[in-house]
Design a protein around this ligand. Structure first.
Ligand code: FE2
Ligand code: FE2
Ligand code: FE2
Length: 416
């Protein structure tokens, strides 16, 4: 059993890692929103939804520039990333309400006119996140946070009624007098432990639910770029089929499928500016890219019950001869699932169509895989199995990626 909350926190953390400037931004906003919600006597359900929505509110900021741009108090066109966040999350049943909150988290109060936006109702939770978000962006790292409280309040109060619901600003006026609130913000932004835990309602996920949420994560991970738009879907399908052909038990096959969906979660820390760079990466950029599996491991390692999935997911760039990264593990240290994932990742990368090239044909693919097996990079037995079942595995990949591509195209259309 895996905690939905733990998993959600890691997705949030991953997307805040794209730049040090973000400095735990979504966590800070969640903490502020939760405390303000309490001041405003929000009921438990509302408090929970506002906190979870706040934890993910900027997940639609696909590029690093976009994320940094909206940190400005008077951000220009802030609605785009809010809308993308909604698009990414809305189809997952558990997040449907949360997605609606996120969609409007930059709508100004506009003397009450902000209760509607573009013909739709804006929920109070969205306005609360808007205020919390702006409080968070006013925090400077140049001084102790508590020393900034009056200055922050002054700036917020000056926009009361125009940007923010005046009742919420009043709640902030009360909250700002509680020292622990500022101490906690300081601790959160330093990654330290803090006094008041947010009281989230959690949910335990069984394996099929885990597959559902990791599939959603695949979308968040892949849709940041047209180049990677369907990659994790392909890897997941291939790895799952390979595991079946290698006679893994049903539960293991499902864990491998889930691992395929999130094997690149660490890539959320890689700016799209690097993911989409048309020319060769500089050594510094390559170093950022290479670190993604390390991040995958560290993020998933925080989630209890996900140990095996992590073992399969995070080792996909390790090689049997110890020449992979980041742990330099060798063949005997790599589980069957990890070895399957490495083959699935390479197979998918070379066969899938990318915007700038067509996927390779069978002979060429087999050649590459066989040579890598001969060089003791990847498992020869798994490669043999893949070749025997080539058609079936490739069809599974094509079908999964076709569906994902249709979804991506629809998604991309809605962005304009
Ligand atoms: Fe935002
Ligand atoms: Fe934000
Ligand atoms: Fe990768």
């Amino acid at each position: 059993m895996v905690s939905l909350l733990e998993l959600t926190l890691q997705l949030s953390r991953a997307s805040d890692m794209v730049s040090p400037e973000l400095n735990h931004h979504q966590r800070l906003v969640a903490y502020i929103a939760f405390n303000l919600g309490e001041e405003l006597c929000f009921d438990e359900k509302k408090l929970n939804e506002v906190s979870v929505a706040a934890i993910l509110h900027d997940v639609g900021g696909l590029s690093m520039q976009e994320r940094i741009k909206v940190l400005k108090f008077e951000a220009i066109n802030p609605h785009q990333h809010a809308r993308i966040g909604w698009l990414l999350l809305k189809d997952y049943r558990e997040f449907a309400e949360i997605a609606r909150i996120i969609k409007f988290h930059h709508v100004d109060w506009n003397r009450g006119g902000g209760l509607r936006f573009c013909g739709e109702t804006v929920m109070p939770e969205s306005h609360l996140i808007h205020l919390s978000d702006r409080i968070a962006t006013l925090i400077s790292r140049d001084d102790k946070i508590i020393n900034q409280k009056d200055q922050i309040f002054k700036k917020i109060a000056s926009a009361s009624g125009r940007k923010f619901n005046p009742d919420y600003v009043k709640a902030f006026e009360k909250l700002k007098e509680k020292e622990f609130f500022w101490y906690d913000l300081e601790s959160i932004s330093n990654g330290r432990r803090y006094y008041k835990k947010i009281n989230f309602k959690d949910q335990c996920l069984g394996i099929d639910e885990l597959i559902g949420i990791t599939k959603l994560y695949a979308r968040v991970i892949d849709f940041r770029s047209n180049f990677t738009a369907v990659h994790s879907e392909g890897v997941s399908a291939v790895a799952n089929r390979l595991a079946q052909h290698l006679s893994c038990d049903e539960l293991t096959c499902k864990k491998i499928q889930a691992a395929g969906y999130i094997h690149d979660i660490g890539k959320l820390s890689v700016p799209t500016e690097i993911l989409e760079k048309p020319s060769a990466l500089t050594p510094e950029e390559f170093a950022v890219m290479k670190k993604h599996t390390y991040h995958t491991y560290v993020l998933l390692n925080q989630v209890q019950g996900l140990e095996e999935v992590n073992e399969y997911a995070a080792m996909h760039h390790e090689r049997l001869d110890g020449s992979g990264y980041p742990f330099k593990l060798t063949g005997k240290e790599l589980s069957l699932g990890a070895r399957i994932m490495a083959v699935a990742d390479i197979f998918t990368a070379v066969t899938e169509n990318r915007p700038y090239r067509k996927g390779m044909q069978k002979d060429q693919v087999i050649n590459i895989l066989k040579n890598m097996a001969l060089d003791e990079k990847i498992d020869a037995g798994i490669v043999e199995n893949l070749i025997t079942n080539y058609l079936d595995i490739n069809i599974a990949r094509i079908n999964a990626q076709k569906k994902a591509r249709t979804r991506y195209v629809d998604f991309a259309k809605l962005l304009v």
